[in-house]
Design a protein around this ligand. Structure first.
Ligand SMILES: [Zn+2]
Length: 280
């Protein structure tokens, strides 16, 4: 399902479309129709199955996250479902004046496809910001693609089919493709990007964040970089101690289990207090 389709050769929004009228999918050009309901966001659906069409595979979680991006960013400067014929792609959301593409991902993806998507948009001068949905991502086990993406421009969505929830950043400890610890969700504002080059990073920062910083160029208001930037080094204590703890215990399941219980009582409260103190 999708939010835009073609009427003859013009893009039309599902909000403007008429029921019982055939439109065409932006990607596969097959017939689509519009549907909506009191609790359902208007959207187009394919009248027959076309498994290779990525637009058909999108869910209401995906569409609601796209809508949130549209609502959050400056009106008139952002478009959803924009075709880029040169690279054969349709971007979920484009913030033209900032040259940013937002890609919402609710289904599994290969690392190769994630890399290729980033590369394809880069050749056109755009940077990709990934929004991974909790339905599939931010679980204990990371796929190769998620492991690749989390250190790049990447956040998570908890937005449900009625539009509730948030787009957020999160402090996490990942070892051997497993999330051993997750901090609280930290809501971010996509309308306020900033360059990470402006941040005076030093080796006192938690290593998890230094690793991310080495591969990211852009942050957003409310993310971990933004919040840490505004704090004193002693406030990073809880995160650094967590990292040290997992490094020391790495490789021993029993130790990790007992470590988690210990963290629950000591560092978790410290970390939450710190992150909430600096909530946007
Ligand atoms: Zn299609």
């Amino acid at each position: 399902m999708q939010l835009f389709a073609l009427r003859e050769n013009e893009r039309i929004s599902a909000r403007q479309a008429l029921k019982q009228y055939d439109y065409r999918c932006l990607e596969c050009l097959n017939p689509v129709r519009v549907r909506s309901g009191p609790h359902r966001q208007p959207h187009f659906f394919h009248t027959t199955s076309h498994p290779l069409c990525t637009q058909q595979g999108k869910t209401l979680f995906h569409l609601q996250t796209q809508e949130r991006i549209l609502q959050t960013l400056p009106q008139g400067d952002v478009e959803l479902e924009v075709p880029f014929p040169n690279i054969g792609r349709i971007a979920d959301a484009v913030w033209e004046s900032k040259q940013l593409i937002f890609e919402v991902q609710c289904s599994s993806i290969s690392e190769q496809e994630a890399r290729k998507r980033i590369h394809d948009y880069e050749t056109l001068g755009y940077r990709v910001i990934w929004i991974l949905h909790e339905k599939r991502f931010n679980r204990r086990q990371l796929s190769a693609a998620e492991q690749f993406l989390v250190n790049r421009e990447c956040y998570f969505s908890s937005i449900d089919i009625e539009g509730g929830g948030m787009i957020y950043d999160q402090f996490a400890i990942v070892r051997n493709n497993k999330r051993l610890f997750r901090g609280p969700r930290l809501e971010i504002s996509l309308a306020h990007p900033f360059s990470l080059c402006q941040l005076p990073l030093n080796d006192q920062f938690p290593k998890e964040l230094l690793q991310r910083a080495s591969m990211r160029h852009i942050g957003f208001r409310g993310d971990l970089f933004d919040r840490l930037h505004a704090t004193e080094p002693q406030d990073w204590f809880a995160m650094k101690r967590l990292e040290q703890h997992f490094n020391e215990k790495q490789g021993s399941c029993q130790s990790i289990k007992s470590g988690l219980s210990w963290i629950k009582h000591v560092y978790l409260s410290l970390l939450h207090a710190f992150l909430e103190k600096h909530s946007a």
